[in-house]
Design a protein around this ligand. Structure first.
Ligand SMILES: Cc1cc2nc3c(=O)[nH]c(=O)nc-3n(C[C@H](O)[C@H](O)[C@H](O)COP(=O)(O)OP(=O)(O)OC[C@H]3O[C@@H](n4cnc5c(N)ncnc54)[C@H](O)[C@@H]3O)c2cc1C
Length: 529
């Protein structure tokens, strides 16, 4: 973090946030810098019946494609879905023991996890205000459980601070709030805030700072029981004799500031990261699976669309078997909702107008990598009392995510051993999966020395090598949105695009849902006119 005072470019800012503050802050920054908006979901679309026999071809059975297919089917359209994979869900995906995954470049990984263990290589959390995806989760009866964004007892770690030893999140947060409160109290008392805060309000401010920063009666953040109530103790209070708590020593302000660890304590402040957050029981892929089941006869799997052609009568998609190749087949309908990610779609011949073509072609995709590591025992719970949440590090893995299910179970567990974006993700993508796993083990063992003894097997997904998305999510900028977003979303003849890339909630399933609802609402209007 030597360039903290430089004016960073947008990209270097993102990778800097990712490395120092961890994936939550990075993920938030990406979506915020991409101008993520509030979800506009107010309920499923009310389409009304189309002219009898009107047909729609939906390309892609990710969340956007399946929302579109479900609502169009319910309205009375004849729907056919073509999907590249042998399963429904797209990026909504969980990897379980026995699964096989082949990435671009040919590396095949067979997941060796035990039954009941899994990793979500893509989405893993559902904020409470993502009411669109939550609507379909409820409609499909997918069971949810809490997702812990902030665990106060997890670690924050810098290779260059505190001798490379991890520190508890609660200690860094309490000490940072405490020192800032003390400084601000001092400034208030010295009259430095007289211009900004009235005398009467200064009394209130002092009371608030004392409360917020756990200051003592002299407005000092000191080692003592007030601070211990926030940062924890060296020895916790107990019962009977010898029950007095012993407070720890606060980290001095200069050390704390220079450590950079304060960046991690914002992880749960962002709107998208605030409680309550949910996850499907058994893996995020449960949503895709339930959607697939509900749409069973409509989805044709293992179909790689290689050409999309429209004329005045309809739309024809040409496809081949995505595993075996072979003969080209066609599917035809009156209209088409195409949810194939722009990164892939830009390589598929499609006769749309120049504005939509330019919009598709200009959209780069963010890089992201996730690594899942199965451990023989849940040492983070047994030895460190960490139940769910994440630890953050300045190493390229950026974080360790702890499983948020089966707490206290005596068996194994799968850690999210790496979740990174930007430069570290591109570097990881350039390595074979076993090296990504090896790296994650090396980084993780700096925080949990138990790693090397307890590791059993792992899986690593680098999203730029996922053949059916070629990246994590569309990476819009202010400028590219102004120039191309409306052209990407506008209906071109008989074709409309949908997906997270056609939304202002990029890199979230809510974006896929709201985009699909908007696209089919406009398409239906056009059909009816
Ligand atoms: C690492 C990571 C973390 C994320 N974290 C979260 C999170 O915590 N919460 C959250 O809500 N969202 C998260 N997201 C974002 C979320 O996964 C996406 O926004 C959403 O799943 C996109 O849905 P979609 O339908 O637009 O696209 P996709 O899911 O990509 O669906 C497109 C479909 O098109 C298919 N397809 C591609 N090419 C072809 C072809 N040639 N022919 C036929 N079919 C084709 C694909 O197989 C796929 O099924 C994350 C994503 C990633 C990668």
């Amino acid at each position: 973090m030597t360039d903290r005072n430089d004016a960073p470019s947008r990209r270097s800012l993102l990778s800097m946030i990712g490395v120092v503050a961890g994936s939550a802050a990075m993920y938030h920054a990406m979506t915020e810098l991409g101008f993520a908006g509030e979800s506009t979901f107010t309920g499923p679309p009310k389409l009304g019946a189309p002219p009898p026999g009107t047909s729609v071809l939906v390309l892609g059975a990710g969340i956007a494609g399946m929302v579109a297919a479900m609502e169009l089917r319910d309205a009375g359209y004849k729907v056919q879905v073509l999907e590249y994979n042998g399963r429904a869900g797209g990026r909504n995906w969980s990897l379980y023991g026995g699964d096989t995954y082949t990435e671009l470049g040919g590396f095949t990984q067979k997941v060796g996890f035990d039954p009941g263990q899994y990793i979500n290589p893509g989405p893993w959390r559902l904020p409470y205000h993502h009411q669109g995806i939550l609507h379909y989760v409820n409609r499909l009866n997918v069971a949810l459980e809490p997702f812990t964004q902030v665990n106060y007892n997890a670690y924050v770690h810098s290779t260059t601070a505190f001798g490379g030893k991890p520190v508890r999140y609660r200690e860094v947060q309490a000490d940072f709030y405490g020192h800032v409160s003390e400084l601000l109290s001092k400034s208030t008392k010295q009259g430095a805030l007289d211009q900004a805060v009235s005398k009467q309000d200064q009394e209130i401010l002092l009371a608030a700072l004392k409360n917020w920063g756990a200051l003592d009666g002299d407005y000092k953040y000191a080692t003592g029981l007030e601070a211990g109530e926030r940062r924890g103790y060296v020895k916790d209070p107990g019962g009977g004799l010898n029950s007095m708590p012993i407070a720890g020593k606060a980290i001095a302000l200069p050390e704390l500031l220079q450590s950079g660890l304060w960046t991690a304590i914002g992880a749960g402040l962002a709107y998208d990261m605030q409680s309550a957050i949910f996850q499907p029981k058994g893996g995020m892929g449960m949503i895709g699976k339930a959607f697939g089941k509900a749409l069973e006869p409509l989805i044709q799997y293992s179909c790689k669309v290689v050409d999309i052609h429209q004329d005045e009568k309809g739309v024809t998609a040409t496809y081949i078997d995505s595993e075996k190749g072979g003969t080209r087949k066609t599917a035809t309908a009156d209209w088409c909702v195409c949810t194939i990610p722009a990164s892939v779609l830009s390589q598929i011949p499609m006769n749309v107008g120049a504005p939509m073509k330019a919009a598709i072609n200009q959209l780069p995709y963010m890089a992201a990598t996730k690594v899942g590591l199965q451990m023989k025992r849940r040492f983070w719970e047994e030895d460190d009392q960490i139940y769910g949440g994440q630890s953050y590090t300045d190493q390229p893995n950026t974080m360790i995510g702890y499983p948020m299910w089966d707490y206290f179970s005596k068996g194994k567990g799968v850690l999210l051993g790496a979740y990174n974006f930007g430069t570290p993700a591109f570097i990881a993508a350039a390595k074979p999966p076993e090296e990504r796993i090896k790296d994650a083990l090396e980084y993780g063992s700096k925080i949990h020395p138990q790693y090397k003894d307890e590791f059993e097997c792992g899986v690593a997904v680098a999203w730029h090598r996922v053949p059916w998305t070629l990246g994590c999510a569309g990476f819009w900028t202010e400028e590219s949105r102004a120039a191309h977003y409306d052209d990407l979303c506008a209906i071109d003849g008989r074709i409309v695009l949908a997906g997270e890339h056609a939304s202002r909630i990029p890199a979230w399933q809510e974006g896929a849902v709201t985009s699909a609802v908007d696209a089919i609402t406009r398409l239906h209007k056009k059909v009816m006119s």
